[in-house]
Write a protein of this length. Structure first.
Length: 93
C-alpha cells in the first residue's frame, strides 16, 4: 500500500429505486489492490465502530418499521416483499 492511497465515496445516480431508497454510497480506491479494512485500520481517526447489543435487535428493527422503512421499501420487487414476509412471520427469539 502506498502512503498517498486514497478512497473516494460517491453517491451513485438515482437510476434504480434501490439506490434512492437506500441512500447508497459507492467507494472507489486510487489503488486497485488496496484492502479497505487495512486502509481504515491505519486511519482510526476517520471512522467509528458502533456495536449494538444483540438483545436490542428486535427493538431497533421495529423503529424503522414504524416509519414504514421496511424491506418492501428498500428493495422494491418480489425480493423485498419476500424478505419482509420472512421477517414478519419468522419466530423471534
Amino acid at each position: 500500500m502506498v502512503k498517498n492511497d486514497f478512497v473516494l465515496f460517491i453517491e451513485p445516480s438515482s437510476k434504480d429505486d434501490r439506490f434512492i431508497n437506500k441512500f447508497a454510497f459507492c467507494s472507489i480506491s486510487s489503488n486497485p489492490k488496496l484492502i479497505l479494512d487495512e486502509w481504515l485500520q491505519e486511519r482510526p481517526d476517520i471512522w467509528r465502530k458502533i456495536i449494538i447489543p444483540k438483545e436490542l435487535k428486535w427493538e431497533i428493527r421495529d423503529k424503522p418499521d414504524q416509519a414504514n422503512v421496511t424491506e418492501r421499501v428498500l428493495f422494491p420487487g418480489l425480493d423485498g416483499l419476500s424478505q419482509w414476509l420472512k421477517r414478519q412471520y419468522s419466530p423471534k427469539g
